[in-house]
Design a protein around this ligand. Structure first.
Ligand code: CA
Ligand code: CA
Ligand code: CA
Ligand code: CA
Length: 390
């Protein structure tokens, strides 16, 4: 069958020896591959280029960050939580990626998280906050003209510290999911009328649940959710039963101390994948969706033995593949992992910021078509903005 060892192609660059056993005995052949079939794709803007950071002052205990459109102009705005100062700071965007100094809104004493989202569908984005002292969710409805109604509050579980939103039961009203860190659960507040949230349901997840992200993992058009379970070294995936409820919890292993969490399709196979930071081992995990909403196995990328708290996903070099940005609480850099255009990632590139990077978000702040980075740093309590110059 095989006539000894032959080189099939002359333009061989790689030759693999193979033993073939057949009824005629053992023979060996060589398989040759042309180098063009194994060349890596061209990655644009590699290395990436960012401006030096611009710093905006915040108040003590700077924590979470969110970006969105809060006033009527077309510039992205940013909200940060000043936990120790019982306030949030709103930085209204202006031309060239600049922000006005913070407009403060007083809050209760221990706000842990912020999300910008239009909750009442009036085309004005509202502000959602969690308070881990009073164990409540607060919603500040946007009145327009850079003013907000006083907070409406809703009870949740013990130590709420992360929020996401989605229309879980598809009644065209936005529901809210909050993690209850001390209860190892999430609570879903279902909106049936006018933000009354009169019905809510608690679902068990892992111990010291830190973050939650809403995404449709099995492509049935019903939003599902995932949590990072800090003390269990797992993520919990809850698949929507197509009525807004969650029956089963699927648990998948991660590195040690999973904290920050984000979801997006990283290998462009139309299935949403998961990225988490491992605060203890100083790494990030990429969990690729197997096409059925399962995440067995993961890739690990080192963050220089640091302590990454937060992760954001965005295409930073405009090649249609989503890249990864993380903060590092231990040094003066943000870490960016460029997608190799297959859901695998390059070794990090770093860009300077101030010490103790905490929460990170992305958006095109200067409207040049390139996604920029904003993060909170807690050594001096500043908001840092890095503009993409690739
Ligand atoms: Ca689903
Ligand atoms: Ca995918
Ligand atoms: Ca990219
Ligand atoms: Ca930009």
């Amino acid at each position: 069958m095989f006539a000894g060892t032959t080189n099939v192609l002359k333009r061989t660059t790689k030759t693999t020896q193979m033993q073939i056993t057949s009824t005629e005995g053992t023979t060996s052949i060589s398989i040759s591959t042309n180098i063009s079939s194994t060349t890596s794709p061209y990655i644009p803007c590699n290395p990436l280029k960012f401006s030096n950071f611009t710093s905006y002052s915040a108040k003590r205990g700077l924590r979470a960050i969110s970006t969105g459109y809060l006033d009527a102009d077309s510039f992205l705005d940013i909200v940060v939580v000043n936990q120790d100062s019982s306030s949030i700071g709103i930085y209204y965007g202006s031309a060239n990626g600049k922000f006005q100094s913070a407009k403060l809104i007083s809050t209760t004493s221990f706000i842990t998280y912020v999300v910008i989202k239009d909750m009442n569908h009036d085309n004005k984005s509202d502000i959602l906050l969690t308070d881990c002292n009073l164990n409540q969710l607060a919603i500040l409805i946007n009145k327009g003209n850079q003013s907000f109604n006083s907070a409406r509050t809703y009870p949740v579980g013990n130590y709420p510290n992360w929020i996401d939103t989605g229309d879980f039961n598809k009644n065209n009203l936005t529901d809210v999911v909050v993690v209850n860190d001390y209860d190892a659960s999430v609570i879903v507040l279902y909106d049936y009328y006018n933000l009354s949230f009169s019905y809510s349901k608690t679902y068990p997840v892992g111990n010291d649940v830190t973050a939650v992200s809403v995404a449709d993992f099995n492509n049935d058009l019903y939003p599902d959710l995932v949590t990072t379970d800090y003390s269990d070294n797992t993520v919990s995936v809850l698949i929507n039963s197509k009525n807004g409820m969650f029956k089963y919890r699927n648990v998948f292993a991660t590195g040690i101390g999973p904290w920050g969490l984000a979801t997006a399709d990283l290998n462009n196979d139309n299935f949403i994948d998961i990225v988490n930071t491992n605060y203890v081992t100083g790494s990030i995990n990429v969990l690729l969706n197997d096409g059925h909403g399962n995440f067995n196995g993961w890739d690990t990328y080192d963050v220089s033995y640091g302590t990454p708290a937060s992760v954001a996903l965005a295409d930073l070099n405009n090649d249609k593949f989503i890249d990864i940005v993380t903060t590092n609480y231990d040094d003066y850099y943000v870490y960016i992992f460029l997608n190799k255009q297959n859901g695998k990632f390059q070794t990090y590139q770093t860009f300077g910021t101030q010490l103790y990077g905490y929460a990170v978000t992305t958006g095109d702040f200067n409207q040049d078509g390139k996604i920029d980075i904003a993060l909170t740093t807690t050594s001096k309590n500043t908001l840092n903005v890095l503009l993409n110059q690739c």
